[in-house]
Design a binder for this molecule. Structure first.
Ligand SMILES: Nc1ncnc2c1ncn2[C@@H]1O[C@H](COP(=O)(O)OP(=O)(O)OP(=O)(O)O)[C@@H](O)[C@H]1O
Ligand SMILES: O=c1ccn([C@@H]2O[C@H](COP(=O)(O)O)[C@@H](O)[C@H]2O)c(=O)[nH]1
Ligand SMILES: [Mg+2]
Length: 243
């Protein structure tokens, strides 16, 4: 029974157009991976171990969302050092997979190069493991969940929800400017990929922010201005939390 439920959850098209607004229907079909792209050696059974049932012991979890280049990574580093959070970047976990040189890594590289979203069965498992192996009492999950399907998979598989969702709100032109001058050798820091990432962000990631907003969990931070100015707003929020 449990196995059938989980399998049907995982085999749904990753972040498919069914979760997106009809307005962006065509774009999603073009930008998202298809079943044909399933990587080799995917072991669905690994997902049966989960955070489920450990809610009382689990750390405080904050999802950190925002468009590409909105400053999630930059602000997470500062939150981590000032407020004792462990910083789990979903993008970094995926880039580590790429560095491992496996077939799955090569497949992930192509998805990132095209600005699309890696299927939940890979990302949820990486994020879940990172949370479980952290000894910190507070964890920032940077850049995840990327779409409603990611969110639902995370919540079902781990049996938990985030305590807080931070949303960095930044205008597109500012995000593009920052990404084009990031200079860290990322394969997705080019104008073609950036345009695709912005579309994916608007059509698939914003609904996640809206979902948590409707549940009173999302906090919007104005992500324009200097890093220090933005962190001042972040600091106020985190100082007001009972951690
Ligand atoms: N407030 C800011 N003003 C100007 N540049 C900034 C600001 N915050 C971050 N940056 C720079 O913008 C670039 C993108 O920032 P960062 O990597 O933190 O964004 P991100 O949201 O994590 O992006 P991605 O989703 O692509 O990982 C970096 O080069 C960073 O140094
Ligand atoms: O949950 C996730 C996180 C990331 N990706 C892919 O990685 C790139 C880069 O991610 P950053 O968090 O911005 O470093 C992103 O554009 C996606 O292609 C993902 O699929 N799922
Ligand atoms: Mg980042």
């Amino acid at each position: 029974m449990l196995r059938r439920r989980l399998t049907s959850l995982l085999l749904r098209s990753p972040c498919s157009s069914s979760v997106a607004s009809s307005y962006h229907h065509q774009q999603h079909r073009l930008l998202l991976p298809t079943h044909a792209e399933k990587p080799p050696a995917l072991n669905l059974l690994r997902l049966f171990t989960s955070l489920a049932g450990t809610d009382g012991d689990r750390p405080f979890i904050a999802f950190v969302l925002g468009g590409p280049g909105s400053g999630k990574g930059t602000q997470c580093s500062r939150i981590a050092s000032d407020f004792g959070f462990s910083h789990v970047s979903a993008g970094d976990l995926l880039r580590n997979e790429i560095s491992s040189g496996t077939d799955q890594g090569e497949w992930i590289l192509e998805i990132i190069r095209e600005g699309r979203i890696v299927p939940s069965e890979i990302t949820v498992e990486l994020v879940r493991k990172a949370i479980e192996s952290s000894t910190a009492k507070r964890v920032l999950i940077d850049g995840f969940p990327r779409c409603e399907e990611n969110r639902i998979a995370f919540e079902k598989i781990t049996g938990t929800e985030p305590d807080l969702v931070l949303f960095f709100d930044c205008p597109e032109d500012e995000m593009v400017k920052r990404l084009l001058s990031r200079n860290q050798g990322r394969v997705d820091d080019n104008i073609e990929t950036i345009k695709k990432r912005l579309k994916v962000f608007e059509s698939l990631n914003l609904p996640v922010v809206e979902y948590y907003s409707s549940r009173g969990k999302a906090h919007k931070i104005n992500a324009t201005g200097t890093e220090d100015e933005i962190f001042e707003a972040v600091r106020k929020l985190f100082s007001s939390l009972r951690l």
